[in-house]
Design a protein. Structure first.
Length: 268
C-alpha cells in the first residue's frame, strides 16, 4: 500500500493544547483512533506502542518535523495522519528545536517492508524546509490535505516490467541518501553489498604495491535494487540531485538493466 493510499483524512488536525512530548503522544493516539481501522484497539494499546518506539530513540528528526510510528499485531492496514502544532512543542528533537509537524504511522506488525517504505517516503517528502513550511502554514484541514497530496510523488503506476539497478558507491556521504531514494519506492527488493575497490586486491601484486596501500581501502558499497520501470527515471533523477555532477565527480556509478524475469521478494 502506498503512502497516498494510507493517509486517513480523518486523522489530520491543526492545533493542539499539548505542551510536552507525552501530551503530544496522547493527542496523536486520539487522532489515530478516529480511523475505524483502529476500532479493535484501546487508547492505551496505541499509546503504549508509540511510547515504546520513542523509548528507543526520539522520532523528532529536526527542522520542526517528527515521525512517530509503531506497529500493532492484528492490524490489517496502515493508518497515516498528520498533527500540526504551529507554535511547536519540545519533542526531544535531534536538533533541540521545537517540533511543529507530527507525521504519524500506525502499521500492521506483519508488514515490515511496507512500513519501512512508507516511513522512508515520509522522511524524503519532508526533507525540504520549504515543503514542510507549506504544510505547517496550512490554514485548515482541507488545505493541509491538498498540500500533502500535491507533495506525494510516488503514486501507484502501471507495471511495465522491471529494471535492475546497480549503484556503486565510494562516497560514504552519499550512501544513506541514495539508499533512502530506493527504500521510499521499492518494496522488499533491495540489497547492499559491502566490498572493496580493485586497488585493495592490486596491492597484493608486486607490480602495483607502491600505488595502493591498506589506507586506500576506503568506503565501498553496492546497492542492488529491482525497480518497476515506471519508477526508474524518477530514481535516476533523485540520485542525480544527491550527487551534484555524477558524470564528472568520481565515487558513484549507476547501471540499469532491463529484466526478462523476476519472482519473489526480500526482507529489508
Amino acid at each position: 500500500m502506498s503512502l497516498i493510499d494510507s493517509l486517513r483524512p480523518e486523522c489530520l488536525q491543526i492545533g493542539s493544547k499539548a505542551r510536552d512530548k507525552t501530551e503530544v503522544l496522547h493527542e496523536i493516539t486520539k487522532l489515530a483512533l478516529k480511523s475505524g481501522l483502529l476500532a479493535p484497539f484501546s487508547e492505551k494499546e496505541v499509546f503504549n506502542a508509540l511510547q515504546s518506539r520513542e523509548n528507543i530513540g526520539s522520532t523528532g528528526f529536526g527542522q520542526g518535523i517528527a515521525i512517530p510510528h509503531c506497529s500493532l499485531k492484528n492490524l490489517t492496514e496502515f493508518v497515516v495522519g498528520l498533527l500540526i502544532i504551529p507554535e511547536g512543542v519540545d519533542f526531544a528533537s535531534l536538533d533541540g528545536q521545537k517540533t511543529r509537524a507530527f507525521f504519524f504511522i500506525v502499521g500492521p506488525e506483519n508488514k515490515r517492508n511496507q512500513h519501512i517504505q512508507i516511513l522512508s517516503a515520509v522522511s524524503r517528502l519532508l526533507k525540504s524546509p520549504a515543503d514542510s513550511s507549506r504544510l505547517i502554514e496550512a490554514p485548515d484541514k482541507e488545505t493541509l490535505k491538498e498540500r500533502f497530496l500535491s507533495l506525494v510523488q510516488y503514486k501507484d503506476k502501471e507495471k511495465k516490467g522491471k529494471s535492475l539497478f546497480q549503484v556503486f558507491i565510494q562516497r560514504e556521504d552519499y550512501f544513506e541518501d541514495i539508499l533512502q531514494a530506493f527504500s521510499a519506492a521499492v518494496q522488499g527488493t533491495i540489497s547492499v553489498i559491502e566490498t572493496n575497490n580493485a586497488g585493495y586486491y592490486l596491492n597484493t601484486m608486486p607490480l602495483f604495491t607502491s600505488y595502493w596501500t591498506e589506507k586506500n581501502r576506503g568506503f565501498n558499497r553496492i546497492i542492488l535494487a529491482v525497480v518497476e520501470k515506471g519508477l526508474s527515471n524518477d530514481i535516476i533523477r533523485r540520485i542525480n540531485l544527491i550527487v551534484d555532477d555524477i558524470d564528472r565527480e568520481s565515487g558513484v556509478l549507476i547501471t540499469v538493466q532491463d529484466l526478462v524475469y523476476t519472482s519473489g521478494s526480500l526482507d529489508f
